[in-house]
Ligand binder design. Structure first.
Ligand code: PMP
Ligand code: PLP
Length: 471
């Protein structure tokens, strides 16, 4: 501790401002081979004895690959407290339910690192992963690691509201960049940064770019490969660090073809657009992955991938905050992903999820085509994720002529939809520029949850609400 304190005092850079947690160092060292001599008794680490964990065994029923349907749809996995056969588990409950390291368990860390290598193969040597308790927390850590009060971060014109709400109480401001149907517009980003005036803005030039490149929340926009390359080039020009928040990455969907929703059985999974991580020759990308949208949000498990220097900061943050995902989660996920499915089974599961979201999107869009008045509502079919962004021509609303503003008209349309018993989220919730007042008007619909019949009925009800409002 003393050594780190000295380094911190003597250093002008912040590299040494986050020494490892002393407790975690002690716990790791005490487990290092050769540390404990034969018959040595440890009175070091304050970890409770697993004898007092009242969990002897966990049984989980899980879905089976390859098709996750058919005659044998489930298997039962057994997780034992003590596992004397390393081949069976090598991660028994006595270990999983005790304290672990800030990286997450070595077993789960290895699985997500292998998975990341298989999917993204980052083009530089010293990349690493670290488990997180999901991307919400990982983004909060990112802001704490990179930003200071008064800084600006860069976000898409419409952005995930909780990501903005994490920044605001830290005194971090948002520079909002125009979007089109493929998401963030690189020329707009370049213009804003090229004309940045520190004096006028009262802040240093922004250096952190937050994006959801695939199935963006809320717009559903997906950046194609050329767009990603163009944005990466702007990031290189202005030395930006890119955060790609990608909970919907595996929910990439084939282009929408009207009227084909009924044939969803035959849907083929579609090829994945390369990630920023896979294009990252400079080590300027932090990728946030999450199991929330592909396994279960309540698992509170995800991971970050970046250069070793950046990942180290996440480990330091975890040590003094969440520590690591719940041992229950890690043990169950590891048993499922590593032992039962393996990487191949996990990919098959991801493909299944893709095909499920494809029929959901197609069902909803077929109904939108049928029921929404096209002179008032318009949309670009989503290519990924769980959201459809619907634009409303609000200036043709009867109240517009009487001087009603955007907020009022959005609210009356929302309330009319509620009377029709359908709930959509108001687009203005996602404005990343808080000074916006008059703008285009959108509603966000998700096709993630409702049943097939309800997706159709919801579009019919929204159509009725619009016809009523704009009559
Ligand atoms: N980022 C985005 C863009 C999201 O849409 C969501 C889920 N609503 C999250 C992060 C949260 O993910 P997690 O459950 O991993 O915290
Ligand atoms: N509910 C909770 C508690 C969440 O944390 C999230 C996402 O983080 C959501 C719902 C999904 O939010 P949205 O549909 O607005 O992305």
């Amino acid at each position: 501790r003393k050594e780190f304190q000295q380094k911190e005092d003597s250093s002008t850079s912040d590299v040494f401002r986050s020494p490892p947690s002393s407790i975690k160092v002690a716990a790791r060292d005490s487990q290092a081979p050769g540390c404990l001599k034969p018959c040595m008794i440890s009175l070091g680490a304050g970890t409770p004895s697993s004898a007092y964990f009242p969990f002897e065994e966990i049984k989980v029923k899980v879905s089976n690959p390859p098709r996750f349907a058919g005659e044998v749809p489930e298997s039962t996995l057994h997780l034992a407290k003590y596992d004397f056969e390393p081949r069976v588990s090598d991660y028994s409950l006595d270990v999983a339910l005790n304290y672990g390291q800030g990286t997450g368990s070595a077993q789960m860390l290895r699985f997500v690192t292998e998975h990341t290598e298989l999917v993204h193969s980052p083009p530089y040597g010293d990349w690493e992963c670290c488990l997180t308790v999901g991307s919400t927390s990982a983004w909060d850590s990112t802001l704490r690691i990179f930003c200071e009060k008064g800084d600006y971060i860069i976000a898409e014109e419409y952005a995930f509201s909780s990501a903005l709400e994490a920044a605001l109480p830290m005194g971090i401001k948002v520079l909002s960049v125009k979007m089109d149907e493929q998401g963030l517009v690189p020329e707009s980003l370049d213009d804003l940064l090229s004309s940045w005036d520190e004096g006028e803005r009262g802040a240093r030039k922004p250096f952190l770019l937050y994006m959801v490149p695939t199935g963006q929340n809320p717009t559903g926009a997906t950046q194609l490969l050329e767009r990603r390359k163009a944005i990466y080039a702007v990031a290189q020009k202005h030395d930006l660090y890119i955060v790609e928040d990608e909970p919907y990455y595996y929910l990439q969907l084939p282009p929408y073809t009207p009227g084909e929703s009924s044939s969803h059985e035959g849907n083929k999974p579609c090829a994945l657009i390369p990630s920023y991580l896979s294009l990252d020759v400079d080590g300027r990308v932090l990728r946030l992955d999450s199991l929330s949208k592909v396994l279960a949000p309540g698992s509170r498990t995800g991971w970050v991938t970046a250069s070793q220097q950046v990942v180290e900061k996440f480990v330091r943050m975890n040590e003094v905050s969440s520590q690591h995902p719940s041992g229950f989660s890690q043990a169950i996920l590891f048993k499922l992903l590593n032992h039962h499915w393996g990487h191949g089974g996990f990919f098959q599961w991801l493909e299944k999820i893709q095909t499920e979201y494809t029929w959901r999107r197609d069902t909803f869009l077929d109904a939108c085509n049928k029921f929404l008045p096209k002179d008032i509502a318009s949309w670009n079919p989503s290519r990924a994720g769980m959201f459809q962004w619907i634009e409303i021509d609000w200036r043709s609303h009867p109240l517009y002529k009487t001087g009603a503003n955007h907020r009022t008209i959005q609210q009356v349309i929302f309330e009319c939809a509620m009377q029709q018993k359908v709930f959509l989220t108001q687009g203005s919730f996602f404005w990343s520029d808080s000074s916006t007042t008059e703008s285009r008007m959108f509603f966000r619909a998700t096709y993630a949850t409702a049943s097939q019949d309800d997706l159709t009925e919801a579009a019919r009800r929204f159509g009725e609400a619009l016809k009523d409002q704009f009559k």
